[in-house]
Design a protein around this ligand. Structure first.
Ligand SMILES: NC(=O)c1ccc[n+]([C@@H]2O[C@H](COP(=O)([O-])OP(=O)(O)OC[C@H]3O[C@@H](n4cnc5c(N)ncnc54)[C@H](OP(=O)(O)O)[C@@H]3O)[C@@H](O)[C@H]2O)c1
Length: 343
């Protein structure tokens, strides 16, 4: 099979779903050498055509299947709404395409496990596109934590909220599109807690404030870890608030403004002056780091003729699954189950 037996000079991408976030992907991919978008597909032929014209993409398709039948497409970026991710990932994997899928990878851990099983069987790379994980500032922050600079972490506080009045049909409000703050926004504060602790919490408590459509508009999660440390997390799309993360240790504090797209953080050791760490990049390159990591991982695997288990060092299956299981538990506590969910 071409995608598995030959080292490639360039990864040829197809974009599946030509909505809002697909534009951010196009901006990011333009900064990654060895990656080129050669095709796009949308459920609406006119949207696919308009997207291909906007970005001068060679091929466009009015259905996903036709794009996936193209042997020249090696990897697919899935940019549809959450409710479709499971079906679209499985479709791509069955067509022997490597996959970078928008967050959340699927609706629940059971679906994610099925996707990773098929990816492994077909020797394909599957990564959940949680862009935060791939940022240079986050890599540096992990090193500060590993060096025990702030001592043993006692508490993580993180919030990501927007305040938008949205129509009921909007994907954040709409249960048919797996709406709600948790899967869309809450995944980020849970991610920062997971980056800090790197293990499953031993206890989870949560609360939600619901929309009239029945999903969480604002939600609050307390995760307790084996050491006794606590993560106090919140997210919402109808709540004004600062987007920040504070990581509090028994020797000092790390503060991360706008942590999900972190460009800097400050380390304050008790009684010493705060030290700022900066990792600036252009807004248009928000997704560049995840695309570059995906591309490099694929290149390395293909160049070494790796026959099994092509996996990401930053975002392997176990990491996605750990976060998905936290979100499953929270939704179980609320009794929030989406229509096309198979548990
Ligand atoms: N990483 C980030 O910073 C970030 C930011 C925003 C969103 N996201 C993620 O990106 C994904 C898409 O979000 P978005 O804001 O781009 O969504 P969107 O623009 O509302 O929709 C994306 C695509 O999903 C399909 N779709 C949407 N509603 C549909 C419906 N009712 N019926 C059938 N298909 C529908 C369409 O695909 P076609 O074009 O094929 O018709 C649409 O173009 C979500 O999973 C979200 O979590 C990530």
């Amino acid at each position: 099979m071409e995608t598995r037996t030959k080292a490639m000079q360039k990864i040829n991408w197809g974009v599946l779903g030509c909505g809002h976030i697909a534009n951010t992907f196009m901006a990011g991919v333009s900064s990654v050498s060895q990656a080129e978008v050669i095709a796009c597909a949308a459920s609406d032929a006119d949207r696919a055509k308009a997207f291909s014209e906007k970005y001068r993409i060679a091929h466009h398709f009015g259905d996903y299947q036709s794009m996936l039948e193209q042997r020249s497409v090696h990897a697919v970026y899935i940019a549809t709404t959450h409710n479709f991710h499971f079906a679209h990932i499985m479709l791509c994997l069955r067509h022997v395409k490597h996959v970078l899928c928008e967050k959340p990878l699927t609706l629940n851990a059971s679906q994610a496990e099925q996707c990773y099983t098929l990816a492994k069987q077909n020797n394909l790379l599957l990564i959940e596109a949680v862009w935060t994980r791939f940022l240079p500032a986050i890599g540096a922050l992990k090193k500060v934590l590993e060096a025990n600079t702030i001592g043993e972490v006692q508490c993580v506080q993180a919030n990501f909220s927007l305040n938008r009045e949205l129509p009921d049909a909007h994907r954040l409000n709409n249960p048919e599109l797996a709406g709600g703050a948790l899967l869309d926004l809450g995944i980020y504060p849970i991610t920062i807690a997971d980056i800090v602790f790197g293990e499953a919490p031993v206890n989870i408590q949560s609360h939600q404030i619901k929309t009239t459509t029945g999903v969480d508009k604002n939600s609050f999660y307390t995760l307790e870890y084996a050491s006794g440390a606590i993560a106090q997390l919140s997210a919402g799309f109808r709540m004004s608030g600062p987007t920040y993360a504070n990581i509090m240790g028994d020797k000092g504090l790390i503060s991360v403004p706008f942590f999900l797209g972190a460009k800097s953080f400050t380390v304050t050791i008790d009684d010493q002056q705060a030290k700022e760490h900066h990792f600036d990049f252009d807004e248009k390159d928000n997704f560049m780091f995840e695309i570059a990591h995906f591309t490099q991982t694929l290149h390395d695997a293909l160049n070494s003729n790796q026959q099994s288990d092509i996996t990401s060092t930053i975002m392997p299956a176990k990491t996605t699954l750990r976060v998905m299981r936290i979100m499953d538990t929270i939704r179980d506590q609320w009794g929030l189950c989406y229509a096309d969910e198979k548990k």
